[in-house]
Design a protein around this ligand. Structure first.
Ligand code: ATP
Ligand code: MG
Length: 331
């Protein structure tokens, strides 16, 4: 997914080539039914853009998204005609709900938009959905402003689940919430996934969020997936220097951990003019000759089950520089 930049008259006159933001750039992966996959990376790396392409909110510049083998169409009418395919929930539960609708009205609306559902059935289904996201029937008549952030996010989840989607993309569903509330919403997602067999793509800034919910994690950097593998493998044995740095940035994983990985230096380069070679090279403490010339693809490590792979010329060549001596306590 490349976003073209508006060209100035000067660049048109001087015939400079049109530039674009390469928000998602050559990404290829599969999510199995019932799987829960984390997508992690710092701000601006393309996570939301990828999530929007997957549910058909953006039409990608090239390539294709398929669900159940069928191409996802970036067309509102078709999406509404077939909402069961994929739903997305966003970071900010404050802006994604209509302030003039009660919780019950908001959920009923989601039920009605997509189904011709009889009123008594809709009422029953609405109560079931509120139960499912553990909202008491007392809040059914409350307005969004009367709810806490966590409650609002539960309403968004209930609305997304109203159509029984096969895939739920949750775009940073907890980053706007208080730390104490984050765990309860994450646990809810983990339970829903188990109970409903939901397929989940969970987008987050750091590994701590995806760790308890996701079987597999993909780490994204400047539009590319630079490491992917079973979540625990990626955390215990990160191969890409960027993943290593991301892991050192999690304060909660700090106790008992010896880390020699450098913290991330500086900001990511512009996704408009990427450096030649590996796109992480300006910030990488290990970069040498080849890293400035050749962009590495994902290289898989040995092991069973889901492949653990990293896009670094030095992946699997030396022991990882980060070690975690004890797992952090789970919530
Ligand atoms: N509609 C758009 N038009 C032009 N550029 C865009 C558009 N949407 C996103 N971008 C650019 O694409 C890149 C990726 O943005 P995106 O929102 O996908 O990142 P993100 O990983 O979700 O970040 P965050 O963690 O802050 O939500 C950024 O450089 C952003 O400026
Ligand atoms: Mg985002």
């Amino acid at each position: 997914m490349h976003f073209p930049l508006r060209r100035s008259s000067l660049s048109i006159v001087r015939r400079r080539p049109a530039e674009s933001v390469r928000a998602v750039d050559g990404v290829n992966f599969t999510i199995e039914r019932g799987e829960s996959v984390g997508l992690v990376g710092e701000s601006g790396c393309g996570k939301s853009t990828l999530g929007r392409c997957i549910v058909g909110l953006y039409k990608s510049t090239a390539g294709e998204v398929r669900l159940n083998g069928l191409p996802v169409v970036a067309n509102k009418r078709q999406r509404n005609a077939n909402p069961r395919v994929a739903q997305i929930i966003f970071q900010d539960p404050y802006s994604s709900l209509n302030p003039r609708m009660t919780v019950r009205q908001a959920v009923l609306e989601a039920l009605h938009v997509h189904h011709a559902i009889a009123r008594p059935d809709a009422e029953r289904r609405c109560s079931e959905l509120l139960d499912l996201v553990r909202l008491s029937s007392r809040v059914a008549h409350a307005y969004p402003r009367q709810l806490s952030g966590g409650q609002r996010q539960r309403v968004s989840i209930a609305r997304a689940l109203a159509v029984e989607p096969e895939l739920l993309v949750a775009d940073e569903p907890v980053s706007a919430l208080d730390v104490s509330v984050q765990a309860t919403v994450l646990n809810l997602l983990a339970d829903l996934r188990k109970d409903l067999g939901l397929t989940l793509l969970l987008i987050a800034h750091n590994m701590a969020v995806v760790r308890h919910v996701c079987d597999r994690t993909m780490v994204m950097y400047l539009g590319r997936i630079i490491e992917t593998g079973p979540t625990e493998r990626v955390i215990a044995d990160p191969q890409h220097p960027y993943t290593q740095a991301l892991l050192t940035a999690i304060p909660r994983l700090e106790p008992g951990r010896r880390s020699t990985a450098p913290a991330l230096l500086g900001d990511p380069p512009s996704p408009i003019r990427l450096p030649p070679g590996c796109r992480f090279n300006p910030r990488c403490s290990r970069a040498e000759g080849i890293c400035y010339e050749i962009e590495p693809g994902l290289i898989g490590g040995a092991g069973e089950g889901t492949v653990h792979a990293a896009a670094c010329h030095f992946a699997w060549t030396t022991p990882s520089t980060v070690s975690i001596s004890e797992p952090p306590s789970s919530q």
